[in-house]
Design a protein around this ligand. Structure first.
Ligand code: BTN
Length: 238
């Protein structure tokens, strides 16, 4: 069952708030949504713009001893975002870029930031609903730019997302990573797509998408016929 959604008008970062709230007993399944963020955090240390009208929300996964690898949660979040948006706007043309960016062609629509805490994982999701920030280094797009997209608001999208996230989390616990992997592969890069991956240490890897590994890592096929498993990095599409 989908849990409650707690709404605040403004905060620094819903992920930062959940770090504190989890210590006070914030339950799995409950979401914190802010209408605006003043100190939003993105992946790889980047900021996340927090203007009104977009979706900023975080939830908590309380890890159980029987759970599969928590690294899978990155892909669960991506699949949940993708399936929620695709259900609301079936002609939207959404795809996934590893590990969990929701894209429209080359433009980013949504991103996920996972943060590990002692008892589980905080999952923070940002979706450009009304407006897309103007960024120097990447294309962005908002739901409002898609056919039918102005009919949707952040609250409706979070309702669908919370339901999908709960569904995929339960599937993962019952069936393991394979169900998530298959859905990710349907929405993600076509096999053989040319990629460039910037690793956290600054190294750049060029290659082609060769699938997902056993714990959701990105497998890149290299020109020399070998492949490389990548666990963290920023993927660019060529
Ligand atoms: C990315 O860089 O792609 C991840 C962006 C994650 C942004 C969301 S908005 C809600 C939550 N709170 C934060 O500070 N970040 C995440």
């Amino acid at each position: 069952m989908t849990g409650r959604i707690v709404l605040v008008a403004e905060t620094g970062s819903t992920n930062a708030d959940l770090r504190v709230l989890v210590e006070g007993g914030w339950p799995e399944g409950q979401w914190l949504r802010a209408e605006r963020q003043t100190d939003g955090r993105g992946r790889l240390g980047r900021p996340w713009v927090g203007e009104g009208g977009n979706l900023y929300a975080s939830t908590f996964v309380a890890l159980r001893p029987s759970d599969p690898s928590p690294t899978d949660i990155a892909l669960i979040a991506g699949v949940a975002c993708h399936t929620a948006l695709a259900t609301l706007l079936p002609t939207g043309g959404f795809s996934l870029k590893w590990p969990n960016d929701v894209m429209i062609g080359p433009a980013k629509l949504a991103g996920v930031l996972l943060e590990r805490v002692a008892t589980g994982v905080i999952v923070g999701i940002g979706i450009n609903v009304r407006s897309a920030p103007d960024l120097p280094d990447r294309e962005t797009i908002a739901v409002s730019a898609l056919p039918g997209g102005t009919m949707l608001d952040a609250a409706q999208i979070l309702d669908a997302l919370a339901e999908r996230f709960a569904y995929w989390l339960a599937r993962w616990r019952e069936d393991g990573f394979v169900a998530i992997r298959n859905s990710w592969m349907e929405a993600g890069h076509p096999l053989g797509e040319a990629l460039v991956v910037r690793l956290p240490d600054g190294e750049t890897v060029h290659g082609r998408f060769a699938g997902l590994g056993a714990i959701g890592e990105l497998i890149v096929g290299l020109d020399n016929g070998q492949s490389r498993a990548i666990h963290a990095g920023d993927v660019g599409l060529l």
